[in-house]
Design a protein around this ligand. Structure first.
Ligand code: SF4
Length: 241
């Protein structure tokens, strides 16, 4: 595992040199915590940004606030919402609000037509409005972003490369070959406490209604019982510019 960590650091070092406008995406899941820790060891001031949604568990907001303080991340949070979530009301976290109008219109339409929430009827559209579009905003001033993608997380992640290019934006995946066990070993040896939901049997964390514990592969609990089961929200599959 030490070899993989060194190789991840070398990749971040290369990326930071090549792309002065670079940031690390952090969902505050276990893989993000590893990649942020590695990136910060190489580049202590590297920008960290996070895409939150109103459907993330309250524990995620609390964990973000806690780890942001403990690891001195200065995280910039992007969220589609009318007002700053209560948990961030003290102003210790930099929150950028994005207009909720389009999401509100779409979710109201779905509710009126089907009596159900948008994430249950059209999770792709929900993810597009709450995750993909905000990510587009977050990376709009960057030449490259660093992610915690790993090949063994699920069937949709097997073919990613360590360096990818899409429409002038580079994506760097330093921990692509880490296994789930190696992620846990890294966090434990560095004394980085994990999000509390892992203690409840979750292996991959997203929004509360679309994350479930267990699964044969880590991402099997995502969007369970929908056509999107074990799939992707779109930030890694759609062009972001
Ligand atoms: S994960 Fe679920 S709730 Fe979150 S943005 Fe996607 S569909 Fe909506």
């Amino acid at each position: 595992m030490e070899r993989k960590i060194e190789s991840a650091k070398a990749l971040v070092e290369f990326a930071v040199e090549k792309y002065p406008r670079i940031g690390v995406a952090c969902s505050f899941g276990k893989d993000s915590m590893v990649v942020v820790s590695i990136a910060r060891e190489v580049a202590p001031d590297i920008e960290v940004f996070s895409i939150m949604t109103p459907y993330k568990p309250k524990e995620t907001f609390e964990y973000l606030k806690l780890m942001d303080r403990k690891m001195k991340l200065n995280t910039v949070v992007y969220i589609v919402a009318e007002s700053i979530p209560e948990v961030f009301s003290g102003g210790s976290v930099d929150v950028r609000l994005l207009p909720p109008d389009e999401f509100q219109k779409a979710s109201t339409r779905v509710l009126v037509e089907s009596g159900k929430e948008i994430y249950a009827v059209n999770p792709d559209e929900c993810c597009r409005l709450l995750k993909v579009e905000p990510t587009r905003v977050a990376v709009s001033s960057l030449d490259a972003w660093i992610c915690g993608l790993r090949k063994t997380e699920g069937r949709t992640r097997e073919d990613y490369q360590e360096i990818e290019h899409k429409n002038g934006l580079a994506k760097i995946n330093p921990i692509l070959t880490f296994t789930e066990a190696e992620v846990w070993r890294y966090l434990s040896t560095r004394g980085i406490e994990p999000h509390p939901w892992y203690g409840k049997g979750y292996r991959s964390l997203g929004c509360a209604p679309c994350s479930h514990p267990g699964g044969e592969l880590e991402r099997d609990g995502r969007w369970l019982n929908t056509s999107k089961c074990g799939g992707e929200c779109g930030i890694h599959t759609k062009a972001l510019r």
